[in-house]
Unconditional design. Structure first.
Length: 481
């Protein structure tokens, strides 16, 4: 299919999409062995060049070799995990209802529910995970496992790393005799180029992780098409963390230190960073906030990913600080090192928070807003105002009480993952994981972008009626019935 939006400036995008279009019928019909071999080959290639790739990633992102070493390992692990699921038959799963003689409603024909790959997926890399949410990250792995070819739009925060990783991936595709268009790369492009990619009639789905503003613009483009397509966007999250009195029964210093480390992890550039802290307006709550400010002050975050992200963080934190009723509990000292952002901690009362929707916006960086609550009702009202978030953490809600049940129910209403202990930073790659949430956290709260259930986003159910055995066998991907 040739794009109806051809433009000289977008020729590289159209070329990549054309390759993907040609490859989709071949790869979409591939069997389990072919897909699993590709995913494992990509993992092997990534690990084979790990030292050089990690050094380059650190040079471009400043995230540190320890963090990036773990992230590369996670990326290879999830590629192999999707390969395992492919061999277990996940994308080839069939649900069979045998024919029943007689008239409806009891009588019916033979029906088999199967799953078809959506088609070419445009994958927009994230800034904050140069391996795990980039060229060979979870979105790419899930789409390839589902039988979808992938068109990679890299992030400007790590351009050379993206090119290197794509080059090694292209070598694997070529060595395995697969069509070139199974994995294509559009390089750095303008916002208009991104919109062109999403609007291209060949593209069948979009996976996006990034800013709210950029994600909404692309989401609108995906829905404005003559044939709208699924847009799986992760747009931002403030991740409330509730500190109940029971969580402070053994003291305030240890939990304050744990929370400070989570807020500043990755310089606060994790999508699950706890940005909204609900703390009781009492003596113990005050001591916890004092200890948290002290713990944050002792942290030394590294530089942020890009100058634009740093500028956005400064603007967002200044905006929060300027709102009515906001008190500053920790701010950069005069003459502080401007190369790295100092942690920030702000505080406000529950009623003032509820009156100002601007305080529900994400500060993407090492900062958090404490909301002082006077009652259980305050907790429920504040959580309801959040609308949608990737995580909600409940500290101290381990006993079975009516209030704890109501609090947990409120957390489930707005969160994709509810924690009853620990901190939300750190997302396990497994089958039970859910990384998504109601708007504005994501555009598809029923799907996940982390964990093996992510494959479901790129599969479309089809019911086959009275299908012959040869066709049902072919749809099993070479796996036994």
């Amino acid at each position: 299919m040739v794009s109806q939006l051809d433009n000289g400036a977008f020729a590289p995008i159209d070329h990549a999409v054309a390759l993907a279009d040609a490859a989709q019928p071949v790869y979409g019909a591939s069997n389990a062995s072919t897909r699993a071999r590709l995913l494992r080959g990509l993992a092997d290639a990534l690990e084979a060049q790990a030292p050089a790739l990690i050094a380059l990633a650190d040079e471009e992102s400043g995230l540190g070799t320890a963090r990036l070493t773990g992230e590369l390992a996670r990326t290879a692990y999830q590629l192999r995990g999707f390969a395992d699921d492919v061999e277990r038959g996940v994308p080839f799963h069939q649900i069979d209802d045998a024919a029943v003689a007689g008239a409806p409603p009891a009588g019916r024909p033979h029906l088999t529910r199967v799953f078809a790959p959506l088609g070419p997926v445009a994958m927009f890399s994230a800034s904050n995970f140069p391996f795990a949410f980039s060229v060979l990250g979870g979105d790419t792995a899930a789409a390839l496992a589902a039988g979808c070819v992938v068109i990679v739009k890299p992030h400007a925060g790590h351009p050379e790393l993206s090119r290197r990783v794509f080059a090694l991936a292209a070598d694997v595709v070529r060595a395995q005799g697969l069509p070139e268009g199974v994995l294509t790369f559009v390089g750095q492009t303008s916002r208009e180029g991104g919109t062109h990619l999403v609007s291209h009639p060949v593209v069948s789905a979009v996976a996006f992780t990034g800013s709210y503003q950029g994600g909404v613009a692309l989401w609108r483009a995906a829905n404005a098409r003559v044939r709208p397509i699924p847009f799986f966007g992760e747009l931002g999250s403030i991740n409330p963390l509730v500190v109940l009195p029971a969580a402070l029964a053994d003291g305030t210093e240890a939990p304050a230190k744990a929370l400070a480390a989570s807020i500043t992890m990755g310089c606060g550039q994790f999508c699950t960073s706890p940005g909204l802290l609900l703390v009781s307006d009492d003596k113990e709550g005050e001591q916890f906030v004092v200890d948290l400010a002290a713990a944050l002050a002792s942290q030394t975050p590294h530089r942020m990913l890009t100058p634009a992200i740093r500028s956005g963080f400064e603007a967002a934190s200044a905006h929060v600080a300027s709102q009515t009723g906001v008190r500053t509990r920790l701010a950069p000292s005069t003459g502080a090192d401007t190369a790295t952002p100092a942690p920030r901690l702000y505080e406000i009362d529950a009623d003032a928070f509820l009156a100002q929707p601007a305080l529900r916006e994400e500060m993407f960086g090492p900062a958090a807003l404490v909301v002082r609550v006077k009652s259980h009702d305050d907790l429920l009202r504040v959580l309801a105002a959040v609308e949608g978030t990737l995580t909600v953490t409940l500290w101290g809600a381990l006993d079975d009480t009516a209030q704890h049940r109501a609090l947990a129910a409120a957390a489930e209403q707005i969160g994709g993952r509810v924690l009853f202990g620990g901190v939300p930073t750190g997302v396990a790659v497994c089958h039970a994981q859910q990384h998504g949430g109601p708007w504005p956290a994501s555009t598809h709260p029923q799907s996940t972008s982390v964990g093996y259930a992510a494959i479901e986003r790129f599969l479309r159910p089809v019911a086959l009626q009275d299908a012959p055995d040869w066709y049902l066998d072919a749809r099993r991907g070479g796996l036994p019935a």
